[in-house]
Structures are given as structure tokens and as C-alpha cells.
Design a protein around this ligand. Structure first.
Ligand code: PPE
Length: 313
């Protein structure tokens, strides 16, 4: 089952290579021990050509993930920015998902990853809404997972490390096998943390809230954008923990993420959320749409255009 359509190129260790040639050895160290960090970034068609959304912020998080894991990346942020834009241009697809990944490569086995070379790649493919277009419009059905979100005493949740996603995959499979669309994970203190691949927000009596970074979440770039949209909409915002029962009693709940965009949650464990229409979510979705497609000066600083720079004026 191949879910992704091959594009022309992948960026691998400093070069654009044909899609089918971006291969690795089965004894790649990171494959065995999860020592791999990654990012998820989107690029969208705009009136000025493809634009990558918040490229710098994603790459900063990538570099921070590397730092946390003592991974020496052979490329700095400007080099990774150039590589990303080269890849977008080479593939000629305006709307796509970009996946920078760095991992301990083929060299040594055993737990110390620093004995193997660090490999860096950027993949790109067309990826629709993570939880479906219908989910974005009508909301998804969520369940509170029996799996507890990892916390920073076990694995640093703010490093986007492949190992964290074993926890996410368990929660995701549990949810979908039980007939739900997505999971909600609580942290070790029993408070709401996030989805397996999304942050979560709650709206109650006009106040929008989301768990703080200290609740053991990935500090999402979309979460950060949404906080700005909430403020620009003149809505009250709080970074605060909430409990499972506060999910049930919310007026609106929604997931945010690069893959998921802004996706409302229509039901949690069989309890319908709010009235079933999403007035706040819709306002935030509209702002997000305007921002990613370069239709507002207000958010112009978040876009990096992939079009080749013109001749100096
Ligand atoms: N929490 C987790 C655990 C997470 O993986 C993501 C992104 C977020 C929150 C939202 O972060 P941000 O994308 O910066 O707003 N999940 C990525 C990977 C999804 C996948 O299945 O692969 C993503 O959305 O790109």
C-alpha cells in the first residue's frame, strides 16, 4: 500500500536526488534506536508562488531537537532554509508537506548514537488534511487514550524525536481501532496534554485556552499561530491546564497542527461538544487560511517564498 505519490526529488545530505534513490541501509542506527529528529512543515500556493509557512520557526525547533539530543547537524539554519526552498522549486508542487529529518546513520550499533554519522534529509509530498477535509469542516470524534503522554522525565516532549511517536502511534491505533478518529492524551498528572500529532484547545464562555508547555506537550508552531489569531480576534486567551471533564463541558474543542491544520472535535467519548457549530473555530480557520495563502500583510512575516529571487532592483 503506497499512500504517497512520488515527486521528482528528495534532498539528501546536501544534494537533490531522484525520489527513488533516497534510500538508506537497514543497519541505519536511528532506525533501531529511534534516534531521529524531524519536522513537519507546509508550503502553500499563493499569488506570488509557493510559500513555506513559518519555515524559520520550524527549523529553529529542529535545531533545538538536535541540541537536546546532542546531535551535531552538519548544516546550519540558513543552509537548511536554502535546501528546503531548493526542494520546493525542484518539485514544482505549490501545496505540499515538507519533512526535514536527521538521524544517526550507518556506522555503529549499540546505544551511543554519537559513534555513527548524522544524516540529514528533507522529504516532500502532497498531504491532504490529516484528519480529513470533512473533519476540518464538521469535526472529528475523539477518545481519551489509556496511554499516558510521555513527560520530560522520560523523553523530552519538546524535542520532536521519532521515539516520542511510538507513544503517539499506540494512542492513535487504540483510538481508531475503537472507532474514533483521534486520541486525546492525558499527562502523568491526569491533565489534558495533546493529541498524538496535534495540540489541543478549548473554548468556554468566550475564553480560549490551551495547556501550557509544562504540561508535556510539543510546543506547536500552529498552536503559536492560533494564539496570535485568538488575540487578533480580540478573544480572551489563557494558557492553562484542564481536566478530562472540562473537555466534555467545553463549548468548542479543536486540534491544531501542521498536518491537521485547525480541526474541530465534535465528540469526546460519546459526549457531543457544545452546540455542534464552531463559531470560534471558524474565525480562527479563516485567519489561518488567509495567513498561509499570503492574503494578509499582518502575517506576511510568516511566509518564505520559494520563487527564485528576481534580479536586484
Ligand atoms: N503535538 C505533537 C505530538 C505533534 O506531533 C504535532 C505535530 C503537534 C503537536 C503540532 O505541532 P505543529 O505542527 O508545530 O503545529 N505533528 C506533526 C506530525 C504528524 C505526523 O503524523 O507525522 C505535523 O503536524 O506535522
Amino acid at each position: 500500500m503506497v499512500g504517497i505519490r512520488a515527486l521528482a526529488k528528495i534532498w539528501l545530505n546536501g544534494r537533490l536526488v531522484p525520489w527513488d534513490e533516497a534510500r538508506i541501509h537497514v543497519l541505519t542506527h536511528g532506525l533501531h534506536y529511534g534516534y531521529s529528529i524531524f519536522e513537519g512543515i507546509r508550503c502553500h500556493g499563493t499569488a506570488r508562488g509557493p510559500a513555506v509557512f513559518r519555515l524559520r520557526d520550524h527549523l529553529d525547533r529542529f535545531l533545538n531537537s538536535a541540541k537536546i539530543y546532542r546531535m551535531q547537524l552538519p548544516y546550519d539554519r540558513p543552509a537548511l532554509e536554502r535546501a528546503t526552498l531548493d526542494l520546493v522549486r525542484a518539485n514544482g508542487i505549490p501545496d505540499a508537506y515538507l519533512r526535514p529529518v536527521a538521524y544517526s546513520g550507518y556506522g555503529q550499533m549499540g546505544l551511543d548514537p554519537t559513534q555513527s554519522p548524522v544524516e540529514v534529509a528533507i522529504g516532500m509530498w502532497e498531504w491532504g488534511a490529516y484528519l480529513g477535509d470533512d473533519g476540518v469542516r464538521r469535526g472529528v470524534r475523539a477518545t481519551v487514550s489509556s496511554w499516558v503522554r510521555i513527560d520530560s522525565r522520560m523523553l523530552p516532549p519538546q524535542a520532536k524525536c521519532a521515539a516520542n511517536y511510538a507513544n503517539s502511534a499506540l494512542a492513535k491505533m487504540e483510538a481508531t481501532r475503537a472507532g474514533y478518529d483521534e486520541a486525546i492524551l492525558l499527562n502523568a498528572a491526569g491533565m489534558v496534554a495533546e493529541g498524538p500529532g496535534e495540540n489541543i484547545f478549548r473554548v468556554k464562555n468566550g475564553i480560549v485556552s490551551t495547556p501550557p508547555a509544562s504540561s508535556g506537550i510539543l510546543r506547536g508552531v500552529t498552536r503559536d499561530s492560533v494564539i496570535r489569531f485568538v488575540q487578533d480576534e480580540g478573544l480572551e486567551f489563557q494558557r492553562t491546564d484542564f481536566t478530562r471533564e472540562e473537555l466534555f463541558t467545553a463549548d468548542e474543542l479543536f486540534y491544531t497542527g501542521t498536518a491537521a491544520g485547525i480541526t474541530p472535535i465534535r465528540e469526546v467519548d460519546g459526549r457531543p461538544i457544545g452546540s455542534g457549530d464552531y463559531p470560534v473555530v471558524k474565525r480562527l480557520q479563516d485567519r489561518y487560511d488567509v495567513a498561509i495563502h499570503g492574503r494578509s500583510e499582518r502575517y506576511a512575516g510568516w511566509l518564505t517564498y520559494a520563487t527564485a529571487p528576481g534580479p536586484a532592483a
